[in-house]
Design a protein around this ligand. Structure first.
Ligand SMILES: Cc1cc2nc3c(=O)[nH]c(=O)nc-3n(C[C@H](O)[C@H](O)[C@H](O)COP(=O)(O)O)c2cc1C
Length: 339
């Protein structure tokens, strides 16, 4: 029904507008008694065989919602009814920020992809903390943290530490985001020396109280040499794992003729599935780091590709926009059938 009736209407409107309005409507609808329960019945599949222990956290299945969808932790109760085992909120910055000018999110329908240059629009860590405190559900919650646009790379560590300290008792894991293409120079934090400074300082802070699992989210556009450096620095600093990958800045695989007119941004969805799998396979072959696979998952076969490449669990974003609310349940159902 989603693909036949709802998606064609949604896709007539600006992508960011539809994102916001549909989440708002879901919130309103779910305030009516019983509707949340109906959604759970329709879209969730509970089965102990789906669950997995991962870095001392219990995930009810292997599929989570990637960062950027619920940047402000506004919709956790609603998202829980669509079957996700975890939601990664953020990217969160210390101070609130507007992000880039609109329009900044575009569908590339013939490519089953999205292009975005959101630029870490978010309410800032203090407001998001208050929302996280209220969540009492059973999903694992990750906080994806980054730096404000106005913070230089030299001072970036302070931004990451600031949000880390505020959120550490209210989330289950952290993701250090150094791979968004939409914050100027952020990806330079992936370089060996910058990353060493950043991760070592966060881990010093992390060791002061109960340790929270820490992941590093990387781009799909890295050279082999850069990937090796990242692995080395992550292992040296006892990082739990890598999230592979963020969006790509490469437009090589895009069929949409208007791609250049849309301007800068990161591409997600089908075009990044293979490159993300290659990055995952490389990390698996060259390290003992855990891997959260993300990029271009639309169905069960895409999930299998990620797991076969070496991912322990996965996240989705673009696939969910294209496939609709029953996607997680149908993937989990297929997973159970081959168990
Ligand atoms: C509109 C949009 C906003 C995003 N915002 C963030 C973000 O704030 N932080 C982040 O780490 N990744 C962000 N991402 C990247 C996703 O988390 C994910 O890594 C990427 O989209 C690849 O997965 P997919 O092909 O399933 O979409 C965003 C993606 C999209 C489409």
């Amino acid at each position: 029904m989603y693909k036949l009736l709802i998606r064609p209407v949604f896709f007539l409107f600006n992508a960011e507008f539809i994102h916001n309005i549909s989440l708002f409507l879901v919130k309103v609808l779910y305030s009516f008694p019983g509707l949340k329960g109906i959604s759970k019945k329709l879209f969730c599949l509970e089965n102990e065989k789906l669950s997995i222990e991962f870095e001392d956290l219990k995930f009810k299945n292997r599929i989570g919602l990637a960062a950027g969808f619920d940047k402000n932790a506004k919709y956790l109760d609603e998202l829980e009814t669509f079957g996700f085992s975890h939601v990664e909120v953020g990217t969160i910055t210390p101070k609130p920020q507007e992000g880039n000018d609109k329009p900044r999110l575009f569908r590339l329908k013939s490519d089953s992809a999205l292009l975005n240059r959101m630029g870490f629009n978010n309410d800032g860590v203090d407001i998001i903390l208050n929302r996280l405190k209220k969540y009492k559900g059973d999903m694992v919650i990750g906080a994806n943290i980054g730096k404000n646009k106005t913070t230089s790379n030299e001072n970036a560590v302070e931004d990451y530490l600031f949000s880390f300290k505020i959120l550490r008792n209210y989330v289950d894991y952290f993701t250090v985001n150094i791979s968004s293409p939409n914050t100027p120079d952020l990806r330079k934090l992936q370089s060996k020396s910058n990353l060493e400074t950043l991760l070592s300082k966060i881990q010093i802070e992390n060791s002061k109280e109960k340790k929270v699992p820490l992941f590093v989210k990387i781009a799909p556009d890295l050279e082999v040499r850069e990937l090796k450096d990242i692995i080395e620095v992550c292992e040296k600093n006892k990082i739990n794992g890598i999230i592979a990958t963020n969006t790509t800045v490469s437009k090589q695989k895009i069929k949409n003729k208007k791609i250049d007119e849309l301007g800068e941004g990161g591409i997600s969805g089908k075009p990044i599935a293979d490159v993300s799998n290659d990055v995952i396979a490389f990390i698996k072959k060259n390290s003992k780091l855990k891997i959260i696979g993300v990029g271009g998952i639309f169905n069960f076969s895409d999930l299998q590709d990620k797991l076969n490449a070496g991912a322990d669990i996965v996240q989705v974003y673009t696939g969910w926009i294209y496939e609709g609310p029953s996607m997680i349940k149908s993937i989990n159902k297929a997973f159970l059938e081959i168990e």
